[in-house]
Design a protein around this ligand. Structure first.
Ligand SMILES: [Zn+2]
Length: 274
């Protein structure tokens, strides 16, 4: 049994075959996907998708969608979280966070705007007693600063790619770290070392589908110039990604599945009921 703790099944890339993709993942042993929303316009979609496939979801405003977000979306999120309080499938506030990689998001105005939406959503997670799913890109220290000011029950630092010290700081705050396709690249030396050295209780698995294709789906710039489309990641890849992590840690797939699924249920407690 596998849990894909981060899968954007609502993305347009899945419009042609969404149900088939979910079914294929189920056949491959992925019993549950957590679908984090990226903007207000998607909240209804992710809710319905999770319902339809027996999955879980999170509601939030993603940092890449901060430029077009309205301040009133925060109030709307508060309402939505209140309204769905008793929905067992609503497991977190997310995807929220800070992105200091995309140049347009790094201007002083945008950094401030990102901070506003991040901290406003941390406060909502506090208010509603929910964990958070964090987008971390060159922003781990800043995210941790927010968490120290507005501590939340637990959460996941998704697609984690920071230092050992930053990893430890998230673990100390009751978080797990999400690992996925990036692990499958042999050149990801630091990430692979981190994934093999962290305590087993730190790890959860994710695909971030349709993004972060594993090495076997990745098309190089040269291949793309020849007309190949970038490989679409999908939750069906989770067991094969897990195999890479199992090999790095010298673990059996069964043990890794048990550990990572247990961790996911610990940091997203409502998952236990899904
Ligand atoms: Zn994501």
């Amino acid at each position: 049994m596998w849990i894909d703790t981060h899968c954007h099944l609502d993305a347009a890339e899945f419009d042609v075959d969404r149900d088939a993709v979910r079914e294929a993942a189920r056949q491959a042993g992925v019993t549950c996907c957590v679908i984090p929303a990226v903007q207000r316009a998607h909240w209804a979609d992710v809710t319905q998708l999770a319902e339809r496939h027996g999955d879980a979801y999170a509601l939030g405003i993603h940092p890449l969608y901060v430029p077009q977000a309205q301040e009133s979306d925060v109030l709307a999120l508060d309402h939505a979280l209140t309204q769905r309080r008793d929905d067992p499938r609503l497991v977190a506030v997310g995807e929220i966070g800070l992105d200091f990689f995309v140049p347009e998001l790094c201007t002083p105005t945008m950094r401030e705007r990102q901070w506003f939406f991040y901290t406003a959503q941390l406060k909502l997670a506090q208010k509603h007693g929910l964990p958070v799913i964090l987008h971390v890109r060159r922003s781990a220290d800043c995210l941790l600063k927010g968490l120290r000011q507005w501590p939340v029950v637990s959460g996941i630092a998704h697609a984690f790619n920071g230092s050992t010290q930053q990893a430890q700081a998230f673990l100390d705050r009751g978080f797990a770290l999400g690992f996925g396709g990036a692990l499958t690249y042999e050149r990801s030396l630091q990430l692979r070392r981190l994934a093999s050295e962290l305590p087993p209780s730190a790890l959860v698995l994710e695909t971030d589908a349709p993004d972060i294709p594993p090495q076997w789906l990745y098309q190089t710039a040269e291949q793309r110039a020849m007309g190949a489309a970038q490989g679409r990641n999908s939750p069906v890849e989770l067991p094969r990604i897990a195999q890479v992590l199992a090999d790095l840690r010298d673990l059996s797939l069964t043990d890794l599945a048990a550990a990572t699924s247990g961790n996911a249920q610990r940091v997203l407690p409502k998952l236990g009921a899904v």
